[in-house]
Design a protein around this ligand. Sequence first.
Ligand code: ADP
Ligand code: SF4
Length: 687
Amino acid sequence: MSNKYETLFTPVKIGPVTAPNRFFQVPHCTGMGHLRPKADAATRAIKAEGGWGVVSTQETEIHPSSDLTPYPEQRIWDERDIPALRLVTDSVHKHGSLAAIELAHNGNHAINQLTRAPILGVNEMSADILSPRQARQMDKSDIKNLRYWHRMAARRAKEAGFDIVYAYAGHHMTLAHQFLLPNVNDRMDEYGGKLENRVRLIKELIEETKEEVGDKCAVAFRFAVDEVKGADGMQAREEGRAVVEMLAELPDLWDVNVSDWSNDSVTSRFEPNEGYQTSYIDFVKSVTSKPVVAVGRFTSPDLMASLVNRGIVDFIGAARPSIADPFLPMKIEEGRFEDIRECIGCNICVASDNLAIPIRCTQNPTMGEEWRRGWHPEKIQRKGSEESALVIGSGPAGLECAMQLERRGYKVTLAEANEEYGGRVLSESRLKGLNAWRRVADYRIRYLQQSANVDLFLDSRLTAENVLELGVKNVFLATGSKWRSDGVGRSNRKTLRVQPAKNIFTPDDIMGGALPKSGQLVIYDDDQIYLGGVLADHLSDLGFDIVFVTPANNVSPWCENTLEQHRIQRSLINKNIDLKFGYVISEISEDRVEFECNYTGKKLDVTTQSVLLVTERHREISLYEDLMKLVSEKDSQKFFLKLVGDAAAPGLIADAVFDGHLAARNFERDDGEVEKEFYIREIISLK
Ligand code: ADP
Ligand code: SF4
């Protein structure tokens, strides 16, 4: 290990326990939680194996009145939850790491859809998640109950083997936080009003947790020091600091961040800088002698070491960087810096939680598949009897497929039609805010370029004849997809009537460098995922006067899942982009585009010279079809042809990477075995 980073590998005492190093996987959701305990434990185990000195659970519901259904977070309602949690602690301890649990009562953020328990609030208030049921203000007996539930949950956590037990006041998502916030808590009793009163509940929770488990477990306090609302909320330099001053020595560890979740886990599109929370939390260590952990999408060892050396934090906290590369600590320790798979800040992992599905990651296709498919991010099965393979196309699917085939021991040839590798990753990363996405390509290209077992070819658009001439019989076609220019998409299945000479553009045209001549542009976004919004932002910066029309009711609605939708809409509004919601395109003519209202059919005419259609994609499968034709029935026995990535099914970059990985892993495996893996589930035992 280079001495420069030695400091990151020194043990740190946290109350009665000692972390083996300074890498701290802070609590983060996996979309598996109490519903898929084996899968969850396997994911946490991989983090510990990769060198994270502390591995935390996701938020853990302490009581049925904090029921987050349908989101599968962690659960510790009673002793029957202990065995599942013990799976986590055992698997983390096996690798010498500490296991932490984040206890939470989510107040009006938990709408108790399963239990139908009353929703508890700091005040009388609407639920935080759209629901007709309101929260009722907790009275004294509710507060007493809450303290008892927290204490009992801590007791069970200790029994389950956790080393660190959290009290959690962050993300606007817990009662402990809501009681603290000046603009939320409007109680008139000793739990409301001045800060001393608002702090009372969290102080009691920390004290009682210490009383209950402090002999054996460290008690951590996760606290959002700033709401990032300026004077309209709690601010780090004012009340945020005052809270830390009041409770300075009470917890054994301070885990500090900013709130809400969209500010804490902000995407690289809106916050490109690593360490973006440092200016909020850098005062904490000067107030407390207890160890401090903070996050900020850290992937650079130099920044990590400097934060520790400068006395800003004791632990490098990470959720997303530990998802993108569970072996990040080990790679730093072994000086394998180029092997680090850096998080790109896309929040596809966050989206899985918001969709209540098992976690997935753009950079790390094995994430969430550790138990189900037995995938390990650093290990892969050796090849079978075949020697070589050809991969056509160097987008995310082709690059990942080629890389994993190489790791399995095949001789790999990768052919790319363009002058640069990267496919859609490269094109999309040139758009406004998406620069970090390049890392998906860079990481894989670097690996492939260093391997003696890989031949890489640019400027090589292969035909079916070329492929046969090459004499390879194992061919992976990662030829991608192209955006449609006929208006067909989610809301309209008919090819549009288009007058000739119309300036119609697709995202591929724009990303390929073709721009409308006139300064006016209609963007029609029927994709409704992210690209339409990105292109509007990008083209507005290039000076286009844009009318943005979509059948949706807001801009890029899918990006609610990545916590970005409000930022995207704000950005387009601030740019004076004319936004029209609820319209489906019906006709494009010489100088105007016609739309129909989704609800009434009423027409809307927009005058423009140019239209950008962001609707749907066609798979690029002509080469595949040509090859299938050329290879006769008999010869086809000798050929392995496989479509991967967007050419198999257009989706996210994460889907393309996953599919490339899956194809490489499954090559030379029995089809029946492969098929079975789709059926693997954790099924509730009826015994
Ligand atoms: P994916 O997301 O599935 O990886 P992309 O669209 O990002 O797909 O990448 C597909 C890549 O395949 C593009 O870079 C494209 O230039 C390349 N490609 C398509 N057809 C051919 C071909 N016949 N020969 C070589 N490369 C091709
Ligand atoms: Fe990072 Fe994206 Fe992976 Fe999440 S999904 S860890 S943001 S690369």
